[in-house]
Design a protein around this ligand. Structure first.
Ligand code: DI6
Ligand code: FE
Length: 401
């Protein structure tokens, strides 16, 4: 079906800029953008349907390129304990922290994980999100990692949402491997990744490179395996300290390196050369009350593309609104609203390896877009959450009003 969408302004986000077209028209057909431009330049088209968007601002569908949306339980109890003065180490000694989410995730059935993840994902979708990435990493054994990734695939089947799966088996050391991190890495490389990849459950491979997680040498083993399996890599890097994981990621042509508060100028140069996207996660920065800011000026100076994501997870970023992250990216990291919007559209698409088909509004790209009743694009980064009136279109079909 061919549809003509008109009476709108479009922020196409081509090249990471607003690239505004005022009084625009969009023609979609077969789920793809067939034409877009100023309405005055449009040739007559044979459309089965014409939609008046009432002077809305149209942006690409929002893309949340870093989430851990599938997990068992939550950690609001720990949050409360910490605010009553119980220390992080004490909570960990009681079996709290990531370990408690691993226990809850292992204990949950696939249906239970699906139901809780669906609610969180639907909250993200209320912000105009049409594609998300979902990581495993709270199972930490083959059966439980498989369970998480299957839930992620099922979310894409049952919701009008694109989902990219990432295997993050190298997120933390499972208790049964205590003191044997190298053995766990070998298990990931020899058993888990090949099996999960063969089942078609893995679109990319990620790891957590940090003193309290895995060393650069251990991460490199995971990257080598990913390369053998033909899978792209990403990395949690430089969140709490500088181990130059982002340079390692760049050496393996990673799609993205994420967090990055402690990255150096040399890391930025390496990422720019490799085309590795910097994914900034202001929700985790805020929730952990970090003070070390990601080096925005170095990233800009070297032309590293910058994405923004929710990092939705139970421990460090229980963030259910991607638009709130836009505001935090601006307020905390001093991004401009234009950079923030590029960070959840075209650069987020590139961070997922989908930049050729998604993330900007151009002829030939998938017709995922949002028509917002707002005064100007900066409104998207200005309001602190809330529900903005909008119409969401995915693959050329309206999915909500
Ligand atoms: N970085 C984080 O902040 C989270 N994972 C990661 O790699 C922590 C996840 C958690 O605490 O559950
Ligand atoms: Fe994360």
């Amino acid at each position: 079906m061919r549809t003509l969408w008109q009476h709108c302004h479009v922020a196409t986000m081509v090249d990471g800029r607003y690239s505004i077209i005022e009084d625009a028209a969009i023609v979609t057909s077969g789920g793809v953008i067939e034409w877009l431009g100023p309405r005055s330049e449009m040739r007559p088209v044979e459309a089965q349907r014409t939609v008046d968007l009432g002077n809305a601002w149209v942006t690409p569908g929002m893309i949340d390129c870093h989430t851990h949306a599938v997990f068992g339980g939550n950690r609001s109890g720990e949050f409360e304990q910490r605010l009553q003065g119980v220390g992080y180490a004490e909570i960990a000694a009681q079996g709290g922290g990531i370990a408690s989410t691993v226990r809850a995730t292992r204990a949950a059935s696939e249906d239970e994980l699906f139901d809780s993840a669906r609610q969180r994902v639907q909250a993200l979708m209320r912000d105009g999100v049409t594609t998300i990435e979902i990581k495993s990493g709270y199972g930490l054994d083959l059966a439980s990692e498989r369970k998480m990734l299957r839930v992620a695939r099922r979310l894409a089947e049952e919701l009008p949402l694109g989902v990219r799966t990432t295997c993050l088996a190298a997120h933390a050391l499972p208790p049964e491997y205590a003191g044997r991190a190298d053995d766990y890495i070998a298990h990931i490389c020899d058993q888990m990744l090949p099996a999960l990849a063969a089942e078609g459950l893995v679109d990319a491979v990620d790891a957590f490179c940090e003193h309290l997680a895995f060393s650069p040498a251990q991460v490199e083993q995971v990257f080598i395996t990913a390369r053998e399996l033909g899978l792209p890599v990403k990395l949690h890097a430089e969140q709490l300290s500088s181990l130059h994981g982002s340079s390692l990621a760049a050496r393996y042509q990673a799609l993205s390196a994420d967090h990055l508060e402690f990255m150096t100028e040399e890391d930025a140069v390496a990422m720019a050369e490799a085309g590795t996207v910097a994914v900034l996660l202001p929700g985790a920065f805020y929730f952990l009350r970090e003070t070390q800011l990601p080096p925005m000026e170095a990233l800009r100076r070297h032309g590293v593309r910058i994405a923004l994501a929710s990092d939705l997870n139970p421990g460090t970023s229980p963030g259910l609104s991607l638009r709130l992250m836009l505001n935090m990216g601006c307020t905390l990291f001093r991004m401009t609203p234009e950079e923030a919007l590029a960070g959840v559209t075209i650069h987020a698409a590139t961070a997922l390896g989908m930049g050729d088909t998604h993330g900007s509004l151009e002829v030939g790209k998938v017709a995922d877009f949002v028509a917002w009743q707002i005064e100007r694009p900066a409104d998207l980064a200005y309001w602190l959450g809330g529900d903005l009136p909008k119409r969401v279109v995915r693959k050329g079909h309206e999915i909500s009003h």
